[in-house]
Design a protein around this ligand. Structure first.
Ligand code: ASP
Length: 520
């Protein structure tokens, strides 16, 4: 019997599902800790499991008032890492635990602790396949953006058309970001997840993630508006390309493309043809890389599910729920509205056409890595023209992060609630404004949204230390907000293409009916 070959998006969705199951089956033992410590000058690795309590002492005094329970694996590891980084002299006492030989030990003190870590599970050992997949996607992104943007800008032709399309694009990006923030801020005021968090949990999270959070806002630069504008233009375009500074690349390439369309045909044609060839080649490369997508997605999701301490999700349940609810409302509400307003496309065609893109965004947590696939899918599933796609989408991947903005809004209000700060309407508006700017400045790679959150908090005087409370769940929420980010880019691309009559409905219909699917 011949087994039918599954379409690539079915394969990826299956990989997502099976990866989650595999990760869950081989999930980390959430109460087992490995303690690397020195005993009589010899380094020993001790495994402790199912303990009753864990206390950290310094010079005979408890450092943290309440003992840790065995459910706080992630917090303990972060807390010990902080102490080691600070070169603190401390010891750990664990009460009633099972050791590596399965014996119950009533109490043991571990001195000269070098490290506390979790076990390495099977899914964590195959994570490299996922990392390879992300790398290959990133490898394609910059050459693809450069080549297709040059062809796109040159084919847009005159500066008036570029300004018109640029205006529409940036306008829609800003409006959707504003809506996202309004949703985020409103539902956080409604649900009040910060008021539900107990004092004990608050101080525990703060203590555990304090130093990691401090690292985040130390690396953060002050936002100086005029300097940001100057920085849009690269001093050296090649430097911008090698450091993947997307915004600078876009500015340079747009000018390059426009100038190219104004030199003689004899000179411009070979250049355009060359970059057209490069762009086609890169798109072909996306198809090749997508062959390993199911494996990459499987490995990434399995490793995350297996490694992630779901206990922390329980601790921050209401906060995480608020973020996810906001993202769902925005993704299904605002983007549906855009599609309905500007196109004749059925919503089901749009969201079905985005399935692969969603799976890749979710598992890689990176808009940049998802960009090549998003560009390909917009053209093949929705029929957006090449010139619009190659102009609007890379710009979106760089400046349009609705999911990140919404998340920053929720996080800022949440932290203010935990600190019992009453924010007035002006302060909430300031959060909306700064989070809009901060999301524009967020790089399209994993985990940057939370770094830029420091700017938002500073704008209204919310303690930046509060970031420590939400660090533990950032990874999982990053995956979710990246899905919204890439959907927003695609929705605006489709809308702008429709207003410019550069949306081929025939292609969208054919793709939807399965006659032609990009990577199947
Ligand atoms: N990971 C997000 C993205 O690439 C950015 C962030 O919010 O950290 O879109």
């Amino acid at each position: 019997m011949k087994i039918p070959k599954l379409k690539i998006h079915t394969q990826i969705l299956l990989a997502l599902l099976l990866g989650s199951i595999f990760g869950a089956i081989f999930s980390i033992n959430q109460t087992k800790l490995f303690i690397s410590h020195s005993e009589n000058g010899i380094i020993k690795e001790s495994a402790v499991e199912k303990w009753e309590s864990l206390t950290v002492y310094s010079a005979g005094e408890k450092i943290i008032a309440n003992d840790f329970s065995s459910k706080e694996q992630v917090e303990i590891i972060a807390y010990v890492r902080k102490l080691i980084k600070k070169n603190s002299d401390f010891s750990i006492t664990v009460k009633s635990f099972k050791n590596s030989n399965g014996e119950i030990v009533s109490e043991k003190e571990f001195r000269e602790v070098k490290k506390v870590y979790k076990q390495k599970t099977a899914p964590m050992q195959i994570k490299w396949i996922g990392d390879l997949f992300i790398r290959l996607l990133n490898m394609i992104a910059i050459p693809l953006v450069i080549a297709s943007l040059i062809v796109g800008a040159a084919s847009l032709g005159d500066i008036r058309k570029v300004t018109r399309i640029g205006g529409k694009t940036i306008g829609l990006y800003l409006i959707t970001t504003f809506i996202a923030l309004t949703i985020g801020v409103s539902i956080t005021n409604l649900i009040k997840p910060g008021s539900i968090l107990s004092e004990d949990t608050k101080s525990r999270l703060l203590a555990a993630y304090e130093s990691e959070a401090a690292d985040k806002f130390e690396t953060n630069v002050e936002m100086d508006f005029s300097q940001e504008v100057v920085n849009l233009f690269p001093k050296n375009p090649f430097e911008a390309m090698s450091s993947a500074n997307m915004l600078q690349i876009i500015f340079f390439i747009v000018f390059f493309g426009i100038s190219l369309s104004s030199v003689s045909r004899e000179k411009s044609e070979p250049v355009i043809n060359f970059f057209d060839g490069v762009s086609e080649t890169m798109i072909k490369l996306v198809d090749y890389v997508m062959i390993i997508a199911p494996y990459g997605v499987f490995a990434l999701i399995a490793a995350t599910v297996s490694e992630f301490g779901f206990n922390i999700l329980q601790t921050l349940f209401w906060y995480s729920l608020t973020v996810v609810l906001g993202l769902l409302l925005h993704t299904l509400g605002a983007y549906s509205l855009l599609i309905k307003l500007f196109t004749k496309m059925k919503l089901s065609v749009f969201f079905r056409g985005m399935r692969e893109v969603h799976a890749v965004a979710f598992s890689t947590s990176s808009s940049a890595a998802t960009l090549p696939l998003n560009m390909e899918m917009c053209q093949k599933n929705f029929g957006t023209s090449k010139s619009i796609t190659s102009f609007v989408l890379p710009l979106g991947a760089t400046i349009n992060m609705d999911g990140t903005a919404l998340y920053q809004g929720v996080a800022a209000i949440f932290i203010s609630q935990v600190y019992s700060m009453e924010l007035n309407i002006m302060q909430q508006l300031t959060i909306i404004l700064t989070a809009t700017l901060a999301s524009i400045g967020t790089a399209p790679i994993p985990g940057v949204g939370i770094v830029m959150l420091a700017v938002v908090l500073r704008s209204v005087g919310i303690p930046q230390e509060g970031i420590a409370m939400i660090l533990g769940v950032d990874r999982i929420l990053d995956m979710c907000r990246t899905v919204t980010n890439v959907t927003g880019d695609a929705a605006v691309t489709v809308s702008v293409a429709a207003t410019e009559n550069e949306l081929n409905h025939g292609i969208a219909m054919a793709a939807a009916s399965g006659k032609q699917n990009a990577a199947s």
